[in-house]
Design a protein around this ligand. Structure first.
Ligand code: NAP
Ligand code: GLV
Length: 310
């Protein structure tokens, strides 16, 4: 059996070696830099490897992301053509992301930002209670993660819509599709949650023009990818008072530089890219199944279309 290469700055090689060995006894698991002969590697399990790294393996049959996103793979200017591109689609991560989105929605909806400021001022004030059914939540991206987040938020009675490339039919979630319906989606959205993959079409999507199409006082959440949001435009919209606040889990530069304005901004909550972390237990069944399929010459599951890049 060809070897499985593992390389990630985030994930534990030992945890993945154990999870995969339990599922495929005798698997030839090689954690970088102990790779041996590159020609023996047939399957790469990777997260954010340096550009040009993958082209040194001439017999790769598949490249599998150690995450749901694959932008880090397509960022390689010399990505080998031919190997399947595979991603994780892990229901455990879907649940984790839905929890995190719900946390942000509830914090804004229940006036967490205002009460946190009142506490800092030792000021006992009771604000008028908000109405759940009148709070309009909008999810950018209705894929594996966005659909579950939308369903979870809708279950509490929020007015939920989602925006995707193609039309969706999800109970209690209004579907907006394509660039021509984006403005109408934004105009009805008080809490915007970004859950899009990073592609040429979604890069810089959340900019000053987009923020201006949200109602005044809207709240912005992003856990898709940092490069989808123009950070200076968000700061300007927050500082002018047009946007009420933001919760961000992803950034253009990660880790977020120590001197970045977001760290100390009173209207921004910073999360260190943890809303849905890769899990070597819950993710291992599908990876093991794909190793088996790829080495047996069968089509893998959870593949990504290289033309769409997600
Ligand atoms: P997915 O299943 O591929 O869903 C992507 C969704 O985005 C789909 O609904 C797709 O529309 C929509 N979309 C893509 N391009 C679009 C465009 N140009 N205009 C409108 N809609 C567009 O992806 P996923 O598994 O939900 O993951 C989404 C992203 O979340 C990942 O790519 C990754 O960047 C991020 N993520 C972050 C974390 C974290 O911890 N922060 C964890 C996991 C993933 P269609 O359905 O019509 O194709
Ligand atoms: C995390 O960001 C992922 O893409 O899984």
């Amino acid at each position: 059996m060809p070897a499985v290469l593992f390389r990630s700055p985030n994930d534990s090689a030992e945890a993945w070696r154990q999870s995969l060995t339990e599922r495929i006894p005798g698997v030839d698991f090689r954690a970088w830099p102990e790779v041996g002969d590159p020609a023996e590697v047939g399957f790469a399990l990777v997260w954010k490897v340096p550009p040009l790294f993958l082209k040194q393996f001439p017999n790769l049959k598949a490249i599998c992301s150690l995450g749901q996103g694959v932008d880090h793979i397509f960022a390689d200017p010399e990505l080998p053509r031919g190997p399947h591109i595979i991603r994780l689609v892990d229901p455990w991560m879907g649940r984790a992301m839905a929890e995190w989105v719900l946390l942000q929605v509830l914090r804004f909806h229940r006036q967490g930002i205002e009460y946190e400021a009142l506490q800092r001022a030792r000021d006992w004030q009771q604000l008028p209670a908000p109405e759940t059914s009148k709070r309009r939540v909008g999810i950018l991206g209705l894929g594996a993660l966005g659909a579950e987040a939308a369903t979870t938020v809708a279950a509490l009675g929020f007015d939920v819509a989602g925006w995707s490339r193609t039309r969706k039919s999800i109970p209690n979630v209004t579907s907006y599709a394509g660039p021509e319906e984006l403005d109408a989606f934004l105009a009805r959205t008080d809490i915007l949650c970004g859950l899009l993959p990073l592609t040429p079409e979604t890069t810089d999507l959340m900019d000053a023009k987009l923020f201006a199409k949200l109602p005044k006082g809207a709240f912005v959440v992003n856990s898709g990818r940092g490069a989808q949001l123009v950070e200076e435009d968000l700061l300007a919209a927050l500082d002018s008072g047009y946007l009420a606040g933001a919760s961000l889990d992803v950034f253009r530069t990660e880790p977020l530089p120590k001197d970045h304005a977001f760290w100390g901004h009173p209207k921004v909550q910073v999360w260190p890219h943890v809303s849905a972390q890769t899990n070597a237990d819950s993710g291992a069944d599908q990876v093991a199944e794909n190793i088996r399929r790829v080495f047996a010459g069968e089509p893998p599951i959870n593949t990504v279309d290289p033309d769409r890049q997600y």
